[in-house]
Design a protein around this ligand. Sequence first.
Ligand code: HEM
Length: 509
Amino acid sequence: MEGSSALLVLAFIAAVAFIARIINRKPHRKLKHPPGPKPWPIIGNLNLIIGSSRPHRSLHALSQKYGELSMLKFGNIPVVIAASPEMAKLFLKTYDTVFASRPAQSGGRYTTFDFSDVTWAPYGQYWIGAQIFLTEVLNPKALKLYEHVRVEEKRTFLSRVHSLSLSGKPVVLREEVYRYSLSTMSKTIFGRLCFQSHESDGGNTLTLDQVKALLDECFVMGGALNIGDYIPWLNFLDLQGLLKQMKALYNKLDRFYSDMIDYHLTHRELSVSINALDSLLRKVRIPPEVKLTRENVKGMLQGLLAGGTDTSVIAIEWSIHEIMRHPRVYDKAKEELERVIGKSRWVEEEDFSQLPYLEAIIKESMRLHPIAALLAPHLAMEDCNVAGYDISKGTVVMINNWSLGRDPKAWDKPEEFMPERFMVEEIDMLGSNFALLPFGSGRRMCPGYRLALNIVRSTLANLLHGYNWRLPDGMTPEEVCLEEEYGFTIHPKIPVAMIIEPSLPAHLY
Ligand code: HEM
């Protein structure tokens, strides 16, 4: 065949192949997204959530309408809401590797030194290294080394409560519980207190109230929805004024953690034998070979202090509120403590396994009042099909913990406070039962749950064991507040004031 004819044949074959390809081309598959309200141009569905004082409830109402998996758009960003144990399991277990990252939101950037803490760090080398470090600091063996801190702080707490109880007047325990939790976390992390006190004020410029205000602001800003995160070209306008507040907060946090680090470097020998800051500063790198900067250290300290202090306090507070609303529960808990511990000593960490009713109260409180009503947001790292729906890379996933605890398919009479439900069957709260996820589940599950549960159990058990509680005259159990105040975490709007009277022999106080 001559060259020109061969070319003609090849051209003919190519043309036929091209036409055949066009004819056979499958139509581009239309993506099937979870159902949800129609988004507006530019803002998407932001109107449904901005300004909501309790977004978990707004999202719960949305799920009631659109189903256990629904989708919104915040600006141009798809946001998927998972509102049933089955859906939570798909995101946190079946496809955990796909959804184990976090969106880069301003709240995370400014409150955690550019995503240096474990909570906000995107999934990757840095997060893995930071997580390994936290496991070293928070595993059972390490916690045993810090046990003396918890024992000491518990003693101080109980003796302060005793002084308050002597007045015979109603006492609000929120402040005392906060002091106890912050002192315990502070000594575990820094090896000393991080606020001014007669015990150790060397180098501390902030009072307890100022540190509390700082950490509270972190939670509020961490949970704040900044419009500019979803409509980036509007970010420079800072329409809600949030960026300005976040930058000011960043500067305050920077001063606080810089002071703590500098003081530690010059007075290392004064701190208790072992603490997280010391082990962090001795590490130049964290595995797998990630170089650790001073900003990273500040971020990790922030993750531990903020993540560990308020959360335990809130868990304790909700339990106290529910106990005060249910005298029957109070009586049963007191009876258990008297039977197991007796009247001649306080409750120790080794006793917890013998106190199933106390454990049931804690679980039931966390079911109805999950501290993180919405788990920290997860982010899809690649396209994925979940329950028959297409979820695109870059989608933000919100797991509505508040909905999980109220799922009528999972819980009998879900609105009722009934610790007894945990006495008839073993229900786990550490990530394997997807109807009860106070600490989340999967790769991003809370690494501090052991320490948290130690603090929560110890405080509640000893308050109940060492004191008789009653409401002030004229106040009924139904009047104890269950209204929620929302930030990144949720606490009771009005703390209960109660009269407490010592119930153990005087020499124990
Ligand atoms: C009752 C107390 C606590 C509760 C209810 C709680 C709950 C949670 C929840 C729900 C998450 C998010 C899980 C997810 O995104 O799926 C979380 C993450 C985290 N918690 Fe806790 N927590 C508590 C105490 C603590 C303590 C004491 C510490 C540290 C000492 C701590 C450190 C963290 C950290 C670092 C993360 C981020 C994990 C990650 O994103 O990889 N938490 N916690």
